[in-house]
Write a protein that binds this ligand. Sequence first.
Ligand SMILES: *[C@@H]1O[C@H](CO)[C@@H](O)[C@H](O)[C@H]1NC(C)=O
Ligand SMILES: *[C@@H]1O[C@H](CO)[C@@H](O)[C@H](O)[C@H]1NC(C)=O
Ligand SMILES: *[C@@H]1O[C@H](CO)[C@@H](O)[C@H](O)[C@H]1NC(C)=O
Ligand SMILES: *[C@@H]1O[C@H](CO)[C@@H](O)[C@H](O)[C@H]1NC(C)=O
Ligand SMILES: *[C@@H]1O[C@H](CO)[C@@H](O)[C@H](O)[C@H]1NC(C)=O
Ligand SMILES: *[C@@H]1O[C@H](CO)[C@@H](O)[C@H](O)[C@H]1NC(C)=O
Ligand SMILES: *[C@@H]1O[C@H](CO)[C@@H](O)[C@H](O)[C@H]1NC(C)=O
Ligand SMILES: *[C@@H]1O[C@H](CO)[C@@H](O)[C@H](O)[C@H]1NC(C)=O
Ligand SMILES: *[C@@H]1O[C@H](CO)[C@@H](O)[C@H](O)[C@H]1NC(C)=O
Ligand SMILES: *[C@@H]1O[C@H](CO)[C@@H](O)[C@H](O)[C@H]1NC(C)=O
Ligand SMILES: *[C@@H]1O[C@H](CO)[C@@H](O)[C@H](O)[C@H]1NC(C)=O
Ligand SMILES: *[C@@H]1O[C@H](CO)[C@@H](O)[C@H](O)[C@H]1NC(C)=O
Length: 699
Amino acid sequence: MKLLVFALLLVPFIARVHGVQTFWPAAIPYAVRTPYLNTWIGTAGSDSSKDWPVFWDGAVTGWILYIQVDGKTYTLFGNNNLPSNYSVTAGIVVETELTPTQTIQVIEAGPMNVTLTFLSPVNPSDLVRQSLPFSYLAVNFTSTDGQPHDIQLYSDISGEWLSGNRGQEMTWSPPTNTGDIVYHQLRLQTSSAFQENTHQAEDGVAYFAMGLEPTRNITLQTCEDTVCREEFILAAGVNSNDNNSTNRAINSLWPVFPISVNLGSVSSVDQPIVWIIGYVRDPNINYTLSGNSASLRPYYTANFSTTESALEFFVSDFNNSLAAATALDADLHNAASTVSPDGKLYDMLSLATRQVFSSLEITAPYSSGQADDATRIFMKDLARTQRVTPVETLYAALPMLLYFNNASLVKPLLLPLLEQQNVSLSQYLCAAKDLGESFPEVNGPVLLSQEGIEQTGNMLIAALAHARYSQDTSLLHDYYALFKSWAQYLTTDNNALYPHDQTSIDDGSTSPNSTNLAVKGIFAIQAMAEISQLVGQTNDYQQFSSTASSFMQTWQSLALSSGNETVLITYGGQPASWVLPYNLYVQTLLGFNLLNQTLFDQLTVTYGQWIDSSFEGYKYGLPIESASTSPGNVAWNAFIAATVTNNTVRDQLLDSLWNYASSNATSTPFLVWYDVETGSCINGSMSALGGLFAPFLRR
Ligand SMILES: *[C@@H]1O[C@H](CO)[C@@H](O)[C@H](O)[C@H]1NC(C)=O
Ligand SMILES: *[C@@H]1O[C@H](CO)[C@@H](O)[C@H](O)[C@H]1NC(C)=O
Ligand SMILES: *[C@@H]1O[C@H](CO)[C@@H](O)[C@H](O)[C@H]1NC(C)=O
Ligand SMILES: *[C@@H]1O[C@H](CO)[C@@H](O)[C@H](O)[C@H]1NC(C)=O
Ligand SMILES: *[C@@H]1O[C@H](CO)[C@@H](O)[C@H](O)[C@H]1NC(C)=O
Ligand SMILES: *[C@@H]1O[C@H](CO)[C@@H](O)[C@H](O)[C@H]1NC(C)=O
Ligand SMILES: *[C@@H]1O[C@H](CO)[C@@H](O)[C@H](O)[C@H]1NC(C)=O
Ligand SMILES: *[C@@H]1O[C@H](CO)[C@@H](O)[C@H](O)[C@H]1NC(C)=O
Ligand SMILES: *[C@@H]1O[C@H](CO)[C@@H](O)[C@H](O)[C@H]1NC(C)=O
Ligand SMILES: *[C@@H]1O[C@H](CO)[C@@H](O)[C@H](O)[C@H]1NC(C)=O
Ligand SMILES: *[C@@H]1O[C@H](CO)[C@@H](O)[C@H](O)[C@H]1NC(C)=O
Ligand SMILES: *[C@@H]1O[C@H](CO)[C@@H](O)[C@H](O)[C@H]1NC(C)=O
């Protein structure tokens, strides 16, 4: 019996790997590992086999892959910009499959069936591996006629990985052979520490590498793009006749850095050919606390004394990494199948997981004076601004961060926020909204009193959630006074119950008495009660708990439509105007008892009607408010899906989000804000997509 269930669960997974493609995101990840190693390929309107990969914002990051089969050259990706007499053909993409760690494309190149595996590892509980800023491209193939063919492969990258300004001067080293690996290394002539230009960093070193296999004929060269590519096409490999000039502008005769492999006459390979692409920033964060600045280094530097040794490790780790990634994919697939057997939640997690991890910079332990030898993680407001650890985004991503619970990702994300604000309780009466607006410079907390309830609520809820899911109460003890003063800000003058002078983080509205904001504030007071209980402060527990209950009773009498079938936007608001009350998910996440379950049942019926295609039918999910111009948000819809009490309605909500994720109208990456009428992307943070894990976390 058990075996049968197991077999049934596995069937869809296997079927999808070699099945007909059903999921059509507008852009698919190629190398998505850090805020600055974040390259995609658009799928809208064309075949990716002849397009340039792009940085998340759409700027080309030159990277091409050719295969030569019996003297005929095909692109597998990358826009071949050689004159037409070179007769290069684009391969035919026959299948694209996504897993949380991999993008797999099957491309036909004449008689060769080629598989590209872009592996961006996700290692939540191994911060050394997680922080290595490298990604794999593995290529293997089988001939469709069973015959051997003469095969050469070629891939190069350009200097476009180094700056958003393609006129910048770059420099490079001749190809290096360590005995174990070969690699190219390129950087800006003058790097600017911790600076960005058009979203790309200005202080990194790009690497392009391959492990040496004694039996493989590997050649490297540095030269102008057309020179190297023509050389490969005509000579079936590159030569070591490097251009001895080692600096010029990125866009001046486009220097490129190929690694080519001549496999001779073969019909398939046992081991894939693996290129490694990297973008290394060391130090990666400039951390300022109380006026003292420190350059923090990436976490892996605690284990590797040089970048070269880290790169050698990453190259040698491919088989382990692929096995670990495949296991993580299977775990997530099984978890997602229990919620959404049609595979649509898994499809979305297959984009979101890499994206959220890629927004994190993980730093090596450092003593700040406030906290000793601590690991700190900083989240970029990736794809939107340069804000550092936006607190509302941390809140949106909490479900994913808590899901990878052994990893304890929440503590190192909260620590910098807490230690920065703990320096002055009187200055930080309410919680800051982020740690500055110039990532990767961490300049300090930005306090905005108009977001006081929002961000204070987020911090208290995140702190309790972390303690509950990790059983680690150390932050609660260390920052108890700060948490208590924040909770007092919420209770004083009924601040959280009757929000005023507050600005919505969702639509900028400034209407007083926002019901969705108030309910977050009230849950946060309850969170403080439970924090007090966990640290043994019984009086505080009783006081905050009784305030939360009494506030919630008032909230219920003011916030609901007459039949309790919707939550009004503001107390006593127009009966026809409703808000998507995604903050109700906090009760589900933390197992609170403040709201009557009957209310959840009533709201579930309403959302079930709205989402049902035979009724009103929001095809792409629910907007944040009733207004017709109101956009949709993936995380907030996922919070509601996790909150509703009917699994059919939950599945319908998740399926509607999938309709957006799979709509290939525009070629932007999967971002959290979108138009609910058309399913096209608006913008929003990648990290917030961690909210898609909400259905897994219910207490
Ligand atoms: C867009 O998605 C549809 C399915 O919804 C698919 O048939 C089509 O091939 C996709 N187009 C591209 C360019 O991926
Ligand atoms: C293509 O044409 C250019 C310019 O006429 C010439 O230099 C080059 O050798 C030609 N290449 C091939 C493969 O014929
Ligand atoms: C190409 O490879 C894919 C994946 O391994 C396989 O599903 C497909 O049948 C192959 N195509 C041919 C023509 O052999
Ligand atoms: C290589 O090809 C085989 C057969 O098509 C496939 O199952 C395997 O996953 C491919 N990829 C890698 C990285 O080995
Ligand atoms: C070497 O670089 C110079 C520009 O610095 C360029 O004029 C020349 O064509 C390059 N030669 C090769 C072989 O790439
Ligand atoms: C290696 O490949 C290059 C480029 O195709 C070729 O010129 C050379 O003869 C090959 N070397 C061996 C030992 O096969
Ligand atoms: C680069 O310098 C080496 C050594 O001086 C020389 O052999 C080679 O021909 C030079 N390459 C070019 C493209 O000029
Ligand atoms: C780090 O940030 C501080 C404060 O903004 C600044 O004074 C310092 O120059 C920065 N350090 C570097 C290396 O950029
Ligand atoms: C908020 O709602 C309460 C209760 O309905 C009301 O007394 C108060 O005037 C409202 N505040 C504002 C600023 O409208
Ligand atoms: C609406 O909810 C309130 C508070 O839970 C409850 O007192 C009231 O009876 C409910 N009304 C309906 C029509 O269910
Ligand atoms: C929940 O509300 C329903 C109807 O509104 C009521 O009958 C029930 O007693 C309430 N349950 C609790 C625990 O308050
Ligand atoms: C769950 O929702 C579906 C769709 O709205 C509905 O058909 C079904 O009756 C509901 N189930 C329960 C137990 O309320």
